[in-house]
Design a protein around this ligand. Structure first.
Ligand code: NAD
Length: 498
């Protein structure tokens, strides 16, 4: 069985005193193992990044960007291999993995604009013969900790932007599917990245704690579940680091009576069951306004769900794949069972999913639960599986209240033909990313990604313009060159333009 190691100072390091199996979720078999870094291994990665920083900081942004141009080409040329690695460790179907990769590449493309993004702000003559400008300097060594559900896209939210801003990076990917992440890190070196600028350490809590406590690490970007996000944010900031920690979600779609119901059903199917519901932007709750809408919606979903297919990643006719681990499958099944016990109506039950030839795979079929109420455990928690719950309310205000009362505020969507209602909704809803007839409103690379409430700890969102701000510190320089025409005496009052 092969062992996935670390990438430190441009070299593969397999330091495997502790290891963990990596499963193919479709077969249910461990086919690789991953080394779990100890404190000393993580410290060697931080040291490599620290040593590489002065030269990388002084490399012109245009040259840093050129590495990203080559990296983008390599990602495209090796797309098939990347998607295969994603599929065999995460389980998502090849077309979905290709979508993940493409969204990641778009972040690389945005980072290619580094010379433009970093050119700063300049004001001439803020006073007599005085010019002032702000520039954006790198932080130093920064760290990223990423989740299993996007092993390529989420690292690409962080790495390209951090690097073109002049930082050096230590990434700790998910230990459940690290293969594709390691592979793209190798491609970045093939693209010309100097050794030590990007280091990847595989591991668990020990690796993360080392990153959080090491004084050389200036900032931490985290994406994962809310309890861990909160822990990371508190610990990193208590240790004086800048931190952005993106957490979990419960994304609601409101269906108004005037909505195009067929369109809503189609887009709900993809957004609820795509990637087996293992997306932080998955729509997991449909809030129908009025019983007539609810009845029609449930009926149409029920019919359409009969046509969904799930199975192994390599068969692109499948709509979605298995869940990541057996434990996660058990958790998802547990939430379906609890909803039924607590009085919800199970319309389509995916608990007994079977895929011929893949009987040991971690599959759960698409599940539809109607008449869910706010007190139910399945409503309170993020299920992160192919489960769509339907709630029934009488008014749009009640639907919005439900969303605003929920602890998470990542994404949401409204289906309507009424522009006024949509505008009212997007103005007042307490959620960071809003779709209007768009089920997965994941911002494109030129915007930034982030939720509200307990879906994000920190101030700056991921990638896009906020990414530039997160990975740089502003310095403002005010300059005067003495002139023969202007001679000033000592000035004891606060300098002004008056
Ligand atoms: P997770 O929180 O279990 O793990 C995320 C990372 O934290 C991994 O690298 C893991 O090794 C590390 N980690 C886990 N436990 C830790 C601990 N006790 N101490 C220190 N580090 C620890 O999340 P996951 O299961 O990999 O990913 C799914 C979650 O991520 C879902 O909740 C999903 O909503 C969320 N997510 C959020 C976004 C977003 O942008 N808001 C995007 C993708 C995923």
């Amino acid at each position: 069985m092969s062992t996935l190691g670390h990438l430190i100072n441009g070299q593969t390091v397999v330091n495997a005193q502790r290891t963990q199996p990596v499963y193919n979720p479709a077969t249910g078999q461990a086919h690789k193992q991953v080394a779990l870094a100890d404190k000393a291994t993580v410290e060697s990665a931080i040291a490599a990044a620290h040593q590489a920083f002065p030269a990388w900081r002084d490399t012109p942004p245009a040259k840093r960007a050129r590495v990203m141009f080559r990296f983008k080409e390599l990602l495209e040329q090796n797309a098939e291999r990347i998607c295969q690695l994603i599929g065999e460790e995460h389980g998502k179907i090849s077309h979905d993995a290709a979508g993940e990769l493409q969204r990641g590449i778009e972040n690389v493309e945005y980072a290619c604009g580094a010379p433009e993004l970093l050119k700063g702000e300049h004001s001439r003559n803020v006073g007599p013969n005085i010019d002032s400008w702000s520039e954006f300097q790198p932080l130093g060594v920064v760290a990223g900790i990423t989740p299993f559900n996007f092993p390529v896209m989420v690292p690409l939210w962080m790495i390209p932007m951090a690097l073109v801003c002049g930082n050096c990076f230590v990434l700790k990917p998910s230990e459940r599917d690290p293969g594709a992440t390691l592979y793209i890190a190798q491609l970045l070196h093939e693209a010309g990245l100097p050794a030590g600028v990007l280091n990847v350490v595989n591991g668990d809590k020990e690796a993360v704690d080392t990153l959080l406590h090491d004084a050389r690490v200036q900032a931490v970007s985290f994406v994962g579940s809310t309890p861990i996000a909160e822990h990371i944010y508190r610990t990193a900031t208590a240790n004086g680091k800048r931190c952005q920690a993106l957490g979990g979600a419960k994304n609601h779609a409101i269906v108004l009576p005037d909505a195009d119901l067929d369109n809503a059903v189609n887009s709900l199917l993809g957004a609820a069951f795509g990637s087996s519901g293992e997306r932080c932007m998955a729509l997991s709750v449909a809030v129908a306004v009025g019983d007539a809408v609810a009845d029609a919606l449930v009926e149409k979903l029920h019919v359409a769900m009969q046509g969904l297919t799930f199975g192994v990643y390599s068969e692109s006719s499948n709509d979605f794949g298995p869940l990541i681990t057996r434990q996660h499958k058990d958790k998802v099944v547990g939430y379906i069972t609890s909803a039924e016990r607590q009085g919800a109506h199970l319309v389509v039950d995916g608990r007994d999913a079977r895929v011929p030839g893949y009987e040991e795979g971690f599959f759960v079929g698409a599940t539809l639960i109607d008449r869910v109420t706010p007190a139910m455990d399945s409503y309170q928690a993020e299920i992160f599986g192919p489960v769509l719950q339907v709630m029934r309310v009488a008014t749009m205000e009640q639907a919005m209240q439900l969303i605003n009362d929920h602890e998470y505020g990542n994404g949401t969507c409204i289906y309507t033909r009424d522009g006024e209602a949509a505008r009212y909704f997007s103005d007042r809803i307490q959620v960071g990313m809003v779709g209007i007839n768009v089920p997965l409103p994941v911002p494109v690379a030129a915007h930034s990604f982030g939720g509200w409430k307990r879906s994000l700890f920190g101030d700056l969102h991921a990638y896009g313009p906020d990414g530039v701000r997160f990975y740089t510190k502003r310095k403002t320089i005010t300059q005067r060159w003495p002139s023969a025409h202007i001679r000033e005496g000592a000035e004891f009052s606060m300098p002004t333009m008056k």
